[in-house]
Design a protein around this ligand. Sequence first.
Ligand code: IMP
Length: 429
Amino acid sequence: MSTVVITGTQWGDEGKGKIVDYLAGQAETVVRYQGGSNAGHTVAVNGTEYKLRLLPSGILYQGTHNVVANGVAVDPEVMLQEMDAMAAKGIDVSGIRLSDRAQVVMPYHRLMDGIGDEARGKDKIGTTKRGIGPCYMDRDDRIGIRVCDLLEEEVFAAKLKNNLAVKNKELKALYDHEPLDFAKIFAEYMGYAKRLAPYICDTITLLNEEIQAGRKILFEGAQATMLDIDYGTYPYVTASHPVSGGVTVGAGVAPKNIHRVVGVVKAYCTRVGEGPFPTEQLNEMGDKLREAGHEYGTVTGRPRRTGWLDAMVVRYAGLLSGIDYMAVTRLDILDNFDEIKMCVGYRHKGKDLPGMPASLKVLGEVEPVYETFAGWKQPISGIRRYEDLPEAAKKYLERMAEVTGINLGIVSVGPNRDQTIVIAKDIFS
Ligand code: IMP
């Protein structure tokens, strides 16, 4: 199995960075295929925390190729800042490859994301304000600026001029905002282009040649299933496809070349931004989960909403992405709970629902059907073998596998690389 996709099964922030980092140790290439700097992955290596937003997590391994593929909305300023920060920590960034087809996040995207979402008032989505939604909107409107345009000064100048003519009118009419300056943006982006040029290439050919050669490739999903533009809790979603199918269009890789899918499942649930969240605990239990798990946003610092594990959500993610193995993260955060709950079904108006309802009204009204588990009330961060976990923890995990229909592959019991229990040894085989 030479290609593995990692996808989030909940609302993001499942601890994907840690699992990607673990598997990146076995991969030769790591690829981001969707989203952009709205993502925030935290990886701990030997006690040092690295925060990644746009760069693939494989950057922390010497010699790995790190591909930012065509499906990513690339903010060049953020990308360069991140590359500089890594280089300053002694990390080699020469293995980065940036797709010439990727869409470029422009200053008007960030601006419109911020003021546009606020202008929705009580209906706001609570975006990260990184310009990702407006950037994909321009792609679909066929006025987007791509990375290859940055390498052709005249093409870039023409597209920027045309876009600014429209954007400045919109900014004035909708938000009474002063116009953005062509010369300033032009100079700024040409500066980025010069610095990024050595890393830009045709990543479609690169990746497909690597697949043919049997190189081990890891596709690193950002955000998660319930934030997918089509499958998530629309409209409270991100603007891309975090599900495993996103790899085919986001990296130019055919479905038959996706060999294995790993779904990352946090042992409880969190969500940032607005939108329904059936197992949310707006009570002391929710506060306890937030404090135990330090559940505050990597990108925005916002306190995350917290709740019990929703196995209906994970089962849905399993169906959509064809998940072979679950990687359960942050199990140790539940060490001090007397009781732990898991939602194993939804009831609505007295009936069991067979799947995930499309209607947010229905999802907002469902009654989660909970099973209650005894807590293990002991620290598990030092455990390295599945059989050494407390019986109560194994019971919780095994029920999770049963309800979701997905095998357990990895259990993470702490933030560091070595705090990982590996059950499935054949993820890359
Ligand atoms: P956007 O992706 O900035 O457009 O935000 C849309 C929704 O996705 C908001 O609810 C964000 O909070 C959420 N979101 C975006 N990126 C992440 C992430 O990496 N983790 C969790 N939530 C995210």
